[in-house]
Design a protein around this ligand. Structure first.
Ligand SMILES: Nc1ncnc2c1ncn2[C@@H]1O[C@H](COP(=O)(O)OP(=O)(O)O)[C@@H](O)[C@H]1O
Ligand SMILES: [Mg+2]
Length: 274
């Protein structure tokens, strides 16, 4: 079971859009997927039309030990589950302040959950911070994907993000790796987008081979700016249900294909070497 944290401490770079449409695309491709909303804004829950108010249990109760993941997840579409969040989740930091296992609560919940649920992918939509919720995602993840909007300040803050993954790898999760960078809100044909991609490629090539990001690749699918992607959340639908023929749907389908191909390559090293 692959566990992908969609992470970047900057807001507005495409984390939620990527989490939701990647999860929906993988489910559409026949995979069993659970999207875990780790942002107290609850955007990915809303995006998939999943309710998270009143008495409805949310991921917050998993952090406080009152519910299991199996009890809070809701079916949003065929093969697509969502563990929703709302503003209550903002209390997690304080709630866990004295807990000795504060960084590993989510990992333990997933370990328990995966004995009963037959899942292929878990996707974590991280909040725009490097606090306890993101640390829990990194501790529970096998892979980190970083959505990046290629503008002048895109690389600023990336080293802090990378340092955090290195720290979590060292202390909490030896298997953690940053496996991909997704260029989002991409403006085709601009010099700046191309320059930033080059800078990033150079940075990755020069990195320490022990670093968790040493084998990170920039996905060749770029997610172009597309108004349909911005409209879909207010209809509670993924891009595949909202605008199947849009460039947004085409781009996320391309990303899903790339990820599935990677999966196959890692599962059949002998076959791909032949
Ligand atoms: N490729 C895209 N084209 C157009 N709008 C997009 C695209 N990706 C994201 N958006 C919009 O940009 C805003 C920020 O994206 P979002 O995924 O919520 O970022 P984050 O989760 O990192 O804060 C949202 O309003 C979203 O609908
Ligand atoms: Mg978000």
């Amino acid at each position: 079971m692959r566990r992908i944290a969609i992470m970047n401490q900057k807001g507005g770079v495409g984390k939620t859009t990527t989490s939701v449409n990647l999860a929906a695309g993988l489910a559409k491709a026949g995979k069993q997927v659970c999207l875990i909303d780790l942002d107290p804004q609850g955007h990915s829950s809303l995006h998939l039309g999943v309710e998270a108010f009143g008495q409805i249990p949310t991921i917050y109760q998993v952090f406080t030990g009152q519910k299991t993941l199996a009890e809070v997840r809701q079916l949003a579409n065929d093969r697509l589950w969502v563990a929703p969040a709302n503003i209550d989740l903002a209390g997690t930091e304080l709630e866990l302040i004295d807990a000795h296992d504060r960084e590993t609560v989510l990992r333990s919940a997933i370990e328990k959950f995966s004995q009963s649920a037959d899942l292929d992918y878990i996707i974590f939509d991280c909040p725009p911070s490097l606090t306890v919720l993101t640390i829990n995602a990194l501790t529970a993840a096998s892979d980190v994907f970083i959505p990046l909007q290629p503008h002048f300040f895109a690389l600023q803050g990336l080293s802090k993000l990378f340092e955090t993954t290195a720290l979590v790898k060292r202390r909490l999760n030896r298997a953690l790796k940053v496996s991909g960078i997704v260029l989002c809100l991409y403006e085709t044909g601009t010099r700046l987008a191309a320059d930033i991609t080059d800078d990033l490629t150079r940075f990755l090539e020069q990195s320490d081979p022990q670093a968790p990001w040493a084998s990170a690749k920039i996905f060749s699918t770029r997610i172009r700016r597309n108004i349909k992607l911005a409209e879909a959340p207010s209809f509670g639908q993924s891009i595949f249900d909202y605008a199947e023929k849009s460039t947004g749907a085409a781009d996320y389908a391309g990303l899903v294909e790339e990820i599935l191909a990677l999966e196959q390559a890692t599962q059949q090293p002998a076959a791909s070497a032949a």
